[in-house]
Design a protein around this ligand. Structure first.
Ligand code: C5P
Length: 322
């Protein structure tokens, strides 16, 4: 029990953070950059704590993975509309059997999980996470890469020139207004996602490249908020959790690695960088702490798997009976 006491507690709350991080989180909880409107009570909306299977069914019922297509208004009116896929991501990519979601956490270092990760039918990675040089710990297969608009637009990531992004299917997202009004978003993205999308598509016309509909990110956010007893940051969920829900829509079973930290837990932010900050694991801008509470509650694997492998087991939406 001493050991398993180290495993993520699904009632983790911002009150248990260091005073520095508590202030950062409280700041974001008070800010409302995207105009989030909540129907429930102010301090969180959870009325009663749902069981794991109940949570899974709620998520399946209330969240739909949606992506932008060339015929979707107002994009259909733009000269570059034909660069967008004609079909939905879910109709092009599923169904898959076993899938691995690889968080970029520092605790993947020295995990030796590479072979296990690569044994899945599909592997999802995030943002600028490399495999080259880290194969032993994170594997080498990349089926999908979920990237945020900051990675697409900030010089430091070399999105247009690096080979890091050229294998597998790309899926991008940008924090949009809560209303999911596409015209408002088009005129006020956080980063220039659409200009960069067009440039990348011209350079790599054959690589599948989807953009998530903002309704998806806010549906996921709402599920996190509705199941927490306190109010969460009014910012979109992290790439890691968006990717996990996306894979639950495509796969029969999803293994998520080092999202809930193992015995290797560390303040090292990413396995591929020498940068230390506990906020990478606990969240500052993103409601990451609460996403982890939800994942812990939905986990169908053993606490021991979290402790030793940083591994969570989630069923695909098609594999559950509600
Ligand atoms: O930092 P980045 O967003 O690229 O990392 C990918 C995802 O991995 C995050 O969105 C988060 O969900 C997860 N992560 C984590 N703990 C870390 C680093 C990343 O849970 N220390």
């Amino acid at each position: 029990h001493g050991l398993l006491g180290e495993v993520w507690d699904d009632e983790m709350s911002s009150s248990r953070l260091s005073s520095r991080m508590k202030k950062v989180v409280q700041n974001y909880q008070a800010m409302n950059k995207y105009g989030v409107k909540l129907s429930g009570p102010a301090g969180g909306t959870r009325r009663l704590k749902l069981s794991g299977p109940e949570l899974l069914c709620q998520l399946k019922r209330k969240v739909e993975v949606l992506s932008l297509t060339s015929d979707l208004h107002p994009f259909s009116m733009l000269p570059w509309a034909s660069q967008l896929p004609a079909q939905q991501l879910t109709s092009e990519l599923g169904p898959l059997k076993s899938c691995a979601v690889v968080s970029s956490a520092g605790s993947l270092r020295h995990s030796g999980l590479g072979k296990e990760i690569d044994s899945h039918d599909a592997v999802m990675r995030f943002n600028a996470a490399p495999t080259s040089g880290f194969e032993k710990d994170v594997g080498s297969k990349t089926t999908m890469r979920l990237i945020n608009s900051q990675v697409m637009a900030s010089e430091e990531y070399r999105f247009l020139s690096s080979s890091l992004y050229s294998s597998g299917v790309l899926v991008a997202w940008d924090p949009a207004p809560f209303s999911s009004d596409l015209t408002q978003w088009l005129n006020r993205t956080d980063y220039p996602i659409f200009a960069q999308y067009q440039r990348y598509r011209r350079l790599h016309p054959q690589q599948p490249f989807f953009i998530l509909h903002p309704r998806f990110e806010w549906q996921v956010w709402q599920q996190v908020q509705e199941n927490m007893a306190e109010s969460i940051q009014k910012n979109p969920p992290s790439s890691g959790f968006l990717g996990t829900v996306l894979m639950m829509s495509l796969c029969e079973v999803v293994h998520v690695y080092e999202f809930l930290p193992s015995k290797r837990k560390t303040e090292l932010c990413h396995y591929y960088q020498h940068f230390y900050d506990a906020a990478c694991t606990l969240g500052a801008y993103h409601p990451l702490l609460y996403e982890k509470n939800l994942v812990k509650r939905m986990n169908q694997g053993a606490d021991r798997d979290i402790y030793t492998h940083g591994r969570v087991t989630l069923p695909g939406f098609n594999a559950i009976n509600c």
